[in-house]
Design a protein around this ligand. Sequence first.
Ligand code: GLU
Length: 298
Amino acid sequence: MQFKRRKAKAAIGAMALALVLSACGGGSGTEGESDYPIADSPEFPSGSTPAKLAESGKITIGVKFDQPGLGFMPPGEDTPVGLDIEMGKIIAGQLGISPSDIQWKETVSDNREPFLQNEAVDIVIASYSITDERQQVVGQAGPYYVTGQQLLVREEDKESITGPDDLEGVKVCSVTGSTSIQTVTEEYGAEPVPFDTYSACVRQLQNGTVDAVTTDGAILLGYAAQSPDELEVVGPVFSEERYGVGYYKGDSQMCTFLTDTINQSFENGSWADAFEATLGESGIETPEPPKTDPCPQG
Ligand code: GLU
């Protein structure tokens, strides 16, 4: 009897702990319930994009579906998970939109600008580095995370390919429209093998068609974590990738809203919760939040 009572107590303790964890964690809410604040009748300048989105009660967000830890659709499910997804929920929450009213639309690296230009999505949160070139055609608020390019190789090659200086003439897979493929080709003389997605590149690495995959460390660590005996992230970080939220070019009110929301998430702990529940699970320690860029004038 004594034993049974102790067991029951332990079970209740575990349940209470689980409840506390789910209440304060930034992880995926259940049944569209957000772990982040949802603003009650938020006010925005009349006619602005945030005002229109808040009024419609819906938002379409372009995200990756195949990048564990950042934007990933688990097989058989209909809601993606990852840091980019959590940022989307944080932003929607400040518009008064709950997670169940977010439409997640899959984007790949090469269609992020066109999706914004054609208004196929309202915003893009998809491991989307802020660059001058992209800002010619879209707006980018942030950064909300800074990472850098690295290499993923097969376990047996980790002594021969140890960094970007070993890439001369090596077949390296990366993704069309990414900063990664540009850097590795222009600066390190690799033989680029372009695909549409990083998951397709990882398959090429596993079947021996290429000898390395390159992109941001945060993305590669997610794939390595899925095949720890087979794949390894090697070498130094050789670029700086500052992830921003894409919006329509010239929409300065949207930029202000996004930047304020990102900064607020740094201050109120939502961002740290989101990080720990996602990239933190791939073994990345929560960094200091980055400093956001000022919004362009006009
Ligand atoms: N962050 C880089 C980029 O925006 C590489 C990752 C990606 O392709 O999404 O191009």
